[in-house]
Write a protein of this length. Structure first.
Length: 100
């Protein structure tokens, strides 16, 4: 099993605030930060519950936009592209492997 933790800084209204996220929330936020203005989709960044991760991050106060897009293929439809609109900086990313 792998455990992850992400420490980030948020700059908003001239104030800097530090957060430490763990687990899937940490993974999702890191993906959003690394994607920049391109954002993340469940298609390009597979994960079981993007919507849930984004909602939890929003509940923590992060500004994440959902841009709806159409897609083709055998399962035509719409999907969300999630884009962080905050000024965030990664301070530390920890990923530890634990024996099962």
């Amino acid at each position: 099993m792998t455990t992850v933790a992400l420490t980030i800084e948020l700059l908003r209204y001239g104030q800097m605030k530090q957060f430490t996220l763990t687990g899937r929330n940490a993974w999702a936020m890191r993906e959003l930060i690394l994607a920049g203005d391109n954002g993340c989709t469940p298609i390009d960044n597979p994960a079981p519950a993007w919507t849930a991760y984004v909602q939890k991050l929003r509940d923590m106060g992060f500004d994440i936009e959902t841009v709806m897009e159409l897609h083709d293929g055998p399962y035509k439809g719409r999907h969300g592209r999630y884009v962080s609109r905050d000024d965030l900086t990664i301070i530390e990313w920890l990923e530890n492997q634990r024996a099962a």
